[in-house]
Ligand binder design. Structure first.
Ligand SMILES: [Zn+2]
Ligand SMILES: [Zn+2]
Length: 170
């Protein structure tokens, strides 16, 4: 018999289960809102209701350049990103109440991007726990959370549940 799951594992597992609802082939992201030990909402990345999603119409790709610094050398790397979906964290904010969010925690499968972090920073949430890293925005997001006094941490020693998509796509 295995031990009972700790709360971090329990809520991150639920975030991963929510992520399986995503229809974007590039990235499956799930997020949950927790107040104390109570689950107040779940969300995943997806197109707005009533419009075709990535599985029906394909991803809506944009190209952008990212600056990478390695061994003191700067390099521009071209990347593609799907902009069809509303990010899981943004859907979570759209479908929860401000009062419920005050002092709450968000568990999210992926480290939030800059835009989501900016919104979360103004949402009443006091803690954000993520699993997969997203290095692109990591530095500025960490600085933002520190400035807002929001606990921001990566779950350690965690294995996502069987049957969820846990590829790392950057
Ligand atoms: Zn997509
Ligand atoms: Zn985002």
């Amino acid at each position: 018999m295995t031990g009972r799951k700790d709360w971090d594992t329990y809520f991150m597992d639920i975030a991963y289960m929510a992520s399986t609802r995503s229809q974007c082939s590039r990235r499956h992201v799930g997020a949950v809102l927790v107040q104390g030990k109570k689950l107040l909402g779940t969300a995943y990345n997806g197109a707005p209701m009533g419009v075709p999603d990535c599985s029906e119409e394909g991803c809506m790709l944009v190209e952008e350049y990212e600056l990478h610094v390695a061994d003191g050398k700067e390099e521009m790397i071209r990347k593609q990103r799907c902009i069809r979906t509303i990010h899981a964290e943004q859907n979570l904010l759209l479908f929860t109440d401000r009062e419920d969010r005050e002092g709450s925690s968000v568990y999210v499968t992926d480290q939030p991007c800059w835009t989501c972090s900016n919104m979360l920073a103004n949402s009443g949430v006091r803690e954000i726990v993520f699993h997969r890293p997203y290095p692109k925005d990591s530095e500025k997001v960490s600085a933002l959370m520190a400035a807002r006094g929001i606990a921001f941490r990566q779950i350690q020693g965690y294995e996502p549940p069987e049957g969820t998509d846990h590829r790392i796509v950057n």
